[in-house]
Design a protein around this ligand. Sequence first.
Ligand code: ATP
Length: 444
Amino acid sequence: MEVNVEGDLMEKLVTLCKRRGFIFQSSEIYGGYNGFWDYGPYGVMLKRAVEQTWWKYMIEERDNVVGLDSTIICHPKVWKASGHVDRFGDIMCDCKDCKTRHRVDQMEDPTTCSNCGSKNLTEPREFNLMMKTHVGPVSDDDHIAYLRAESCQPIFIDFHQIRIATRKQLPFGIAQIGKAFRNEITPRMFTFRSREFTQMEMEFFVSDEESMEWYNFWKAERRRFYKDVLQFPDEMLQFHDHDKLAHYAKAAVDIEFKFPFGWGELEGIHHRGTWDMSRHQEFSCENQEYLDQKTNKKYLPTVVETSVGCDRMILAILCNAYAEDKAPTNKEGMEDDVRIVLRFPAIIAPVQVAVMPLSKKLNDKAEELARKLSRFYRTECDVTGNIGKRYRRQDEIGTPYCVTYDFESENDNAVTVRDRDTMEQERVPIADLKQYFDKKLYNW
Ligand code: ATP
């Protein structure tokens, strides 16, 4: 029976993530570093699985989107052209008393410090969010370079290289997963607003005439991803059309998730017009036009973008997965009957199958079985503690299936498979496990 999650869900998640090694603050032994987060063993498995799932959905299952892995640092002129060097900033002010720095657009009352209530604030001023470094042996202004503030700019500048190499014709897209860096003034809400984060972006290049059709196509595709793949309930998502559009854009929408702290942007789908290509044409002095073979006309491609933060997506997945359950007392040999369970969709669960020997004497056999399964599924062999405790541990990290190897297994060549959500158990021949899990995990 599901019970209401009592107390602050964010606090519970942060604690669980640290305790089970999903996500914790970077550089903790030095007091932590605000806005930077490390993904521990289960966290990185979850993150890889989310990235792979997105990659498969956006690239591998289509023939009109290709991938890219570009550098984090590229020519500084890229960021001049994109407008980030001159304009990528937030207006901020400091509290002179408690020294808290605020983004003015996020302050409930821009004349009062939300931390200490003081009215003693500095004048609002622009703050550039680009992170700087120097390339080469001389650290002067002529050698400044930027860590990319978004992963999409390299896609625009590589467009023609990729088009020629792949012989793709419009419409087609280029996607990449990679780190982005922003010197956020107020990193907060766990990983929601970080200074180093991973973006998963796809730029779809089309003719202007077809652009709105593709914009609507991608809007529907991204909705399908959240609903069918991540299994987010409808009421947790909202599509918020932008009221004010950039001068070059025909449409833009934010996909928002209902986080415990309120609705927050998860993904943006943007019609970017020919803005990016025209800016890079202007700054590089290289013609960026495309010759349409059907019409024999040359034009700058229009871009439709889908851009999501992987870390925000993971935070939403964790919020959606977290549950506290009332397990029937003692059904699994446990005294405490409220269990914490992360109900991840099986496709992204960090561990998909946990193999457990019932007794130490069976460790070798269980480990051998786990090794075999690990070729196909994210598998771990869990050998310590009583079986009830091991189930609870696996529930907490969201493992959808636990396989118990017991003494009977020696005779009947079968194991007991326990389902995380129903806690039902069934006996499955070892020889059928591959088929069984393919069906359960991948509907295959
Ligand atoms: P916000 O308004 O929240 O600052 P944004 O509109 O600046 O976000 P975009 O520039 O459109 O965001 O970036 C695309 C996606 O990258 C966002 O939808 C979000 O998922 C993610 N993202 C942006 N900034 C951060 C950040 N500081 N930390 C984590 N993810 C981020």
